[in-house]
Design a binder for this molecule. Structure first.
Ligand SMILES: Cc1cc2nc3c(=O)[nH]c(=O)nc-3n(C[C@H](O)[C@H](O)[C@H](O)COP(=O)(O)OP(=O)(O)OC[C@H]3O[C@@H](n4cnc5c(N)ncnc54)[C@H](O)[C@@H]3O)c2cc1C
Length: 476
């Protein structure tokens, strides 16, 4: 029977990122994706600061910023609230959405369509040695004491561990009886991907999203290329007798014209996608040797663009653990995945839910009032959640993402992909730790984990970095 160290189930943004991160860490990985190709829809487009930091580490940043969508949308940020694209502004433009953070990171936001990111991830994973199999469905998984046997549509494979990134309707999660918690379904939406020349109506505005609100349509309009390609997200309400079937091409074109504010607009409908915005987090991220990640572990409304970003960051947290365990570290190291990532999933989902309730109200009579619970975007991305449930500015405390400090020519503290001891002091050699002679800025000496998190600092600690490393590798 075939063998692999890690089998990744699902090749969406999260599964493909897992394959890249694992292969980059030298782990033998097979990915099985049942679709014949990568996504054809540009749906998830906002790659946040932290995700771009991770793609920078694996040599993908330039390729992503070089795509058509990233170049075209490089100057887009914020959201507008309009009567229609040609109509009046209903509320002031909010620029902070998908911007800022440049001073706290070596990189920044990137808008890039999912149908352009996924092929780049697949290509990079293969370059790094991953085995990516499209048109391959995982039908069943059975565990025994020495591993798991997966039945694929093409044959059987034995794996030491699995990353289950098979999406919001994860069949494996359901089969294992893993329950989820959260507010559940919040709204249902039809996403209309269409072509129309809206250059004149758009003018020189460069937003990410415009909420449009008039007598004929209430929806969110997103430019794909600031010219001819667009997305219109239209909510529908089953309790008012509405169903997705009512959104045929004719109806979608009518809605597009109403959102544009141009009754005779020439419209071509490319694709119509139905989805539900929901808030749910799996009650456990683990089943034996299998680890849930991405939408299989958590779903959240798109407001904030946290969904796939959180999933990509999940599998980054798993990759270095799996890499060390496959090289002989204590399997308890894997326990840290759920302990660290599930609270992030819960709190990020709550932030997305608060935003989804807040945004559509902007500019209407009941002005946004969820604002009290909303923390700034960059804190959700980089501030993580400490045991007290707080998001904080990266402050160099162990357990948080290391503050960004330049420690070499275009090398940041956050670029670490192996254990690194950054210090101007001469510490004794520690096996498995790279020593970097530089001033980390926020403490005399800092031990950084392979995922760019602070493992230990000399500030206020009586232990030395070797003790800290031992504790981590023993699952502490
Ligand atoms: C309109 C919209 C806009 C969004 N915008 C953003 C955004 O800007 N930023 C953001 O971060 N998030 C965004 N999201 C959320 C984002 O799309 C999801 O969080 C993300 O795509 C989830 O990725 P995933 O890889 O976990 O799951 P999926 O993309 O669902 O991938 C799962 C894959 O697993 C495959 N699969 C399932 N079962 C099997 C099996 N048994 N065997 C093999 N393969 C299998 C499926 O075919 C699928 O390809 C948006 C979502 C929507 C709907």
């Amino acid at each position: 029977m075939e063998r692999t160290s890690v089998l990744v189930v699902g090749g969406g943004l999260v599964g493909l990122s897992a394959a890249v991160f694992l292969a980059h860490q030298g782990v033998d990985v097979v990915l099985a994706e049942r679709r014949p190709t990568t996504s054809l829809h540009p749906k998830a487009r906002g790659l946040n600061i932290r995700t771009m930091e991770l793609y920078r580490q694996v040599g993908l940043e330039d390729a992503i910023r070089g795509t058509d969508s990233a170049r075209t949308l490089a100057a887009n940020n914020g959201f507008a609230v309009l009567e229609s694209l040609s109509g009046k502004e209903l509320a002031p433009f909010r620029q902070e959405y998908m911007s800022g953070g440049a001073e706290v990171s070596p990189t920044g936001w990137c808008l890039c369509d999912q149908d352009e990111v996924e092929p780049l991830l697949a290509k990079r994973a293969v370059e790094l040695g991953a085995d990516i199999r499209f048109g391959t469905e995982v039908l069943d998984v059975v565990e025994d004491e020495s591993g798991a046997v997966a039945t694929l549509s093409t044959g059987q494979i034995r794996a030491d561990c699995l990353i289950v990134a098979d999406g919001a309707h994860s069949r494996l999660r359901e089969r294992w009886g893993i329950t989820s918690s959260g507010p559940g379904t919040l709204s249902r939406t039809i996403s209309v991907y269409f072509k129309a020349d809206l250059r004149e109506a758009l003018g020189d505005r460069r937003f990410i999203l415009a909420y449009v609100n008039n007598a004929e349509v209430r929806a969110a309009l997103a430019p794909v290329d600031n010219a001819h390609r667009w997305l219109l997200h239209v909510p529908y309400f089953p309790d008012k007798g509405q169903s997705p079937e009512q959104f045929d091409e004719r109806r979608c074109a009518e809605l597009v014209r109403a959102a544009a504010g141009i009754p005779d607009l020439d419209v071509e409908i490319v694709q119509v996608l139905e989805w539900e915005a929901a808030g749910r987090v799996a009650d456990t991220y683990r089943h034996g040797r299998a680890f849930l990640a991405g939408d299989a572990a958590h779903v959240m409304p798109p407001s904030g663009a946290f969904g796939s970003n959180t999933g990509i960051q999940d599998v980054h947290n798993l990759a270095w653990r799996l890499a060390l365990v496959t090289k002989g570290a204590d399997p308890k190291l894997l326990d840290g995945y759920e302990a660290e990532r599930r609270p992030v999933g819960v709190h990020t989902m709550q932030q997305a839910v608060a935003r989804s309730k807040d945004r559509p109200r902007v500019g209407r009579e009941e002005e946004a009032n969820a604002a009290a619970t909303i923390v700034p975007d960059h804190l959700v991305q980089l501030g993580y959640t400490y045991p007290d449930g707080d998001f904080r500015e990266p402050d160099g405390q162990p357990g948080g993402r290391v503050p960004h400090v330049w420690i070499g020519d275009n090398v940041s503290t956050v670029d670490a992909t192996e254990f690194q001891l950054v210090s101007t002091k001469q510490w004794p050699e520690i096996e498995g730790v790279k020593r970097v002679k530089a001033d980390p800025g926020f403490a005399e000496s800092v031990l950084i984990r392979p995922d760019g998190f602070v493992a230990w600092t000399s500030a206020g600690s009586s232990h030395d970095p070797a003790d800290a490393l031992r504790k981590i590798l023993n699952g502490g």
